[in-house]
Design a protein around this ligand. Structure first.
Ligand code: CTP
Length: 416
């Protein structure tokens, strides 16, 4: 995560990073660096096998603390190290986790410093498995993972791809960005836990012919930041996105192109949603006729495109919503408050996030935003220029403080 979008969730947190002995152990070093960069104090415990792949010195240098390797004697830090480490720990993470360590963790075996500490901690626990595709698919490994999940461990699923052993399939250590994201979710406030949040992002593209469209300058960064923030705070997030940006870890991304596709996708999911945040820049008009062949310039002296209105998605949802909380944006170039207030009332919203897109640091594509939050009843709050992830966190703070959110008006129980 870039510095410009940082909300320092891991700042000052004590993370125990267990590194076990697979080839992915070398990636543990980079992971360690990322966690330190996010402000965490990282204490590394290595298994004996991990030391065959990477030296303790690497981790000691990266963390500024000796990497621990033994329960007793040199490399142990003393006979009660596991208790001392466990007492101060905010998060316990094993990455990479081999089949062997998963087996030990599931069985409660404590035969080295890492497994002993695992039993002693009283904090969120995560594993990021990495191994050969056939090993990962084995019933023993899958059952061990199921056991760990049942007991509250977070499992950061490995990815499919080319493995160091030459095979292709599921078993590669999760991308480090996903592991860091899982750590952030484990330590962020969980005020959105299990809420179903739909976020829209990006500028819709309304086709003119097979190669051209009418679009706008929206990058989708604000919507993607909101989706990331909601997921970190425990929500189940679907991001309906017209943006080209990669979706943040953990969220279900639904790519769409046009306003009509965005509306259809929202309608499909609206009943199950608790919160809808319309950060997308939805086209208000689309070409009345889409040519099925490329429009050729030779045949034309000039080109007049007639446009027809698209449906106002937010207004449509505002008319049918029951318990859902609706958050709209208002991108303005003048009369910010008056225009935003009008949208709040006209679309029946719970909150409007208004921004003057002409201000430096607030426009489309920027990494920062300057927003004003408007509530029904006339109250409003101006926020300073903030990195978009931080602005997203502040917007979610406002959503979480809405009376309807606090009452926890929820849909029917859902399966995972
Ligand atoms: N919006 C929508 N459907 C549309 C247009 C806009 O749901 N067809 C949503 C946007 O996602 C945003 C809010 O309505 O959350 C306000 O969008 P904005 O473009 O600022 O205003 P409009 O309502 O389109 O009005 P205008 O363009 O005239 O300012």
């Amino acid at each position: 995560m870039g510095q410009e979008e940082s909300v320092r969730v891991l700042e000052g947190k004590n993370i125990i990073l267990g590194v076990s002995g697979g080839i992915a152990a070398y990636k543990g070093a980079e992971l360690c660096r990322l966690l330190v960069q996010e402000g965490a104090t990282v204490r590394v415990i290595m298994t004996r096998a991990a030391r065959e792949f990477i030296t303790p010195l690497t981790f000691s240098t990266l963390t500024g603390h000796p990497a621990l390797t033994e329960t007793f004697g040199e490399g142990s830090g003393g006979p009660l190290t596991h208790i001392d480490l466990a007492r101060g720990a905010d998060l316990f993470l094993v990455a990479p986790a081999t089949a062997n360590i998963l087996g030990k963790l599931a069985a409660g075996i404590a035969d080295d410093l890492l497994t002993t500490t695992a039993l002693a901690v009283d904090c969120p626990t995560l594993v990021a498995p990495a191994m050969n595709v056939h090993m990962f698919a084995k019933a023993a490994v899958q059952e061990n993972l199921a056991t760990l999940k049942r007991r509250g461990w977070g499992v950061i699923e490995p990815e499919e791809g080319f493995l160091a052993c030459g095979a292709t399939g599921k078993g590669r250590l999760a991308a480090l960005e996903r592991i860091v994201a899982a750590c952030r979710r484990a330590l962020a406030p969980q005020d959105f836990r299990d809420r179903v949040v739909l976020v829209t992002a990006g500028g819709t593209r309304e086709p003119l012919d097979p190669v051209r469209y009418i679009g706008n300058y929206s990058s989708g960064k604000m919507g993607h930041a909101l989706a990331r923030a909601a997921w970190e705070r425990g929500a189940r997030v679907t991001l309906i996105t017209a943006s080209q940006l990669p979706p943040p870890p953990g969220v279900t991304a639904v790519p769409v192109r046009t306003a009509a596709e965005m509306l259809a996708s929202l309608k499909e999911r609206f009943n199950g949603a608790d919160v809808v945040i319309m950060a997308a820049a939805v086209a208000d008009f689309r070409p009345g006729r889409v040519a099925d062949r490329k429009i050729k310039k030779e045949t034309l002296k000039e080109l007049t495109i007639s446009l027809e209105p698209t449906e106002d998605i937010l207004a449509a949802l505002g008319r049918v919503r029951e318990r859902q909380l609706l958050v709209g944006f208002a991108a303005e170039t003048e009369d910010l408050l008056a225009n935003a207030r009008h949208k709040l009332a006209a679309k029946g919203l719970d909150l409007v996030v208004a921004n003057d897109v002409t201000r430096p640091g607030a426009g489309f594509g920027s990494d920062t935003n300057i927003v004003t939050l408007l509530y029904p009843g006339g109250r409003y709050e101006e926020l300073p220029r903030l990195p978009k992830l931080e602005a997203a966190y502040r917007i979610l703070d406002a959503v979480a403080a809405l009376p309807r959110f606090c009452r926890g008006e929820r849909g029917p129980e859902r399966e995972d």
